[in-house]
Write a protein that binds this ligand. Structure first.
Ligand code: UDP
Length: 339
């Protein structure tokens, strides 16, 4: 019997890629989204890639009755929870909005999952490590106090899941993503930032296409080899595949313990300048950029030790940074109708 996975926030950047990989791995997927932060582009792209319509439920996960009704309507074996606000700066200005939305929605998911015996996968973030004392970070590296309400919601949701697993005999996995970038090789789904992008790669592609005049590189006086920050950029399709491995591990009851955490990264640090140079080279173009002051709140250097995910999930990042940056550019061109 085919297993069914509910993907909350399934019309978003990560959710749409996960939906494709899950479906191609043989899962039935129910996409649920309130469309508050996206349009239908990715949903349509998912259906085009898969060659069929997927069940779509427009629901707000803060509505507990609607969440319960959804879990009653389908037999859901596992839920992957992406539905959340994700702009760090906005969360500093609007903490209540972030706490209400990101916490309420996950509590509703947990309540329904408890009642219906559903496995839970939570999309967490390397932001929980703050500025790490030692790199690369393992899952045992200490979490640091969050520097934004957004980061705090990631930590709190991890704790909600841990406590519910312990109290109610549920099973849960938290995946801590490093920096997800790129787009599906079909260029039919990808990242759709609203307004001015906060993240590096969408800013780069929008600058390259002419939507932005100039990329600002935030700081070149950091204590790193070239003075710019170091990150672990993980390809979106690789990241999506990690979710398939994690869901399968839960459903097939192969977990070592009922609550597990995995770093999802490549294990390779890349500087902002290296990434920019790589983007220029692989796509054969010149990017207009300048060095700007440091951005407040940026950590200097963080990258993953992905050994645990490699060994336990049987997952490994496979796409090269060149493939990933080519896919990001293909997606931007697709959006501009030029591909
Ligand atoms: N960055 C930059 N210019 C931008 C956006 C980001 O130089 O317009 C840098 C940022 O300072 C950080 C890296 O790119 O060192 C990754 O930032 P991003 O916001 O993509 O992810 P973060 O690691 O902050 O979650």
């Amino acid at each position: 019997m085919k297993k069914t996975v509910l993907v909350s926030g399934g019309a978003g950047f990560i959710g749409s890629h996960v939906t494709v990989e899950l479906t191609q791995a043989g899962y039935d997927v129910v996409i649920a989204d309130n469309m508050s932060n996206c349009d239908e582009t990715n949903y349509k792209g998912v259906c085009a890639i898969l060659g069929r319509q997927l069940p779509f439920e427009k629901i707000d996960f803060c509505d507990s009755a609607a969440v319960e009704a959804l879990f009653s309507r389908y037999t859901i074996d596992a839920v992957i929870h992406f539905a959340a606000y994700k702009a760090v700066g906005e969360s500093v200005d609007e903490p209540l909005m972030y706490y209400k939305n990101n916490l309420d929605s996950f509590l509703n998911v947990l309540e329904a999952a408890r009642k219906h015996g559903t496995h839970v996968l939570f999309s967490s973030s390397a932001t929980v490590y703050g500025e790490p004392e030692k790199t690369p970070v393992t899952e045992e590296s200490p979490r640091q106090e969050a520097t934004s309400p957004y980061g705090n919601t990631k930590q709190m949701c991890e704790d909600f899941l841990r406590d519910c697993v312990k109290a109610y005999g549920m099973h849960g996995i938290a995946l801590r993503y490093f920096n997800p970038i790129g787009a599906h090789p079909s260029a039919l789904i990808g990242e759709l930032p609203r307004g001015v992008p906060n993240n590096l790669v969408p800013f780069i592609t929008q600058t390259a296409i002419g939507k932005r005049e100039c990329l600002s590189i935030f700081g070149n006086d950091y204590p790193t080899p070239d003075g710019t920050c170091l990150r672990d950029y993980i390809d979106i399709v690789d990241l999506a595949r990690a979710h398939v491995c994690a869901v399968t591990r839960m459903i097939e009851e192969r977990m070592d313990k009922p609550y597990e955490i995995f770093n999802i990264g490549t294990g390779r640090p890349l500087s902002v300048l290296e990434l920019v140079t790589s983007f220029e080279k692989v796509n054969n173009l010149k990017l207009n950029y300048r060095i700007a002051p440091r951005r407040p709140g940026d950590v200097v250097a963080i990258w993953a030790d992905p050994t645990l995910a490699n060994e336990k999930l049987g997952w490994k990042a496979t796409r090269t940074i060149e493939e990933t940056l080519a896919s990001a550019w293909a997606w931007e061109k697709h959006l501009a109708g030029r591909a």
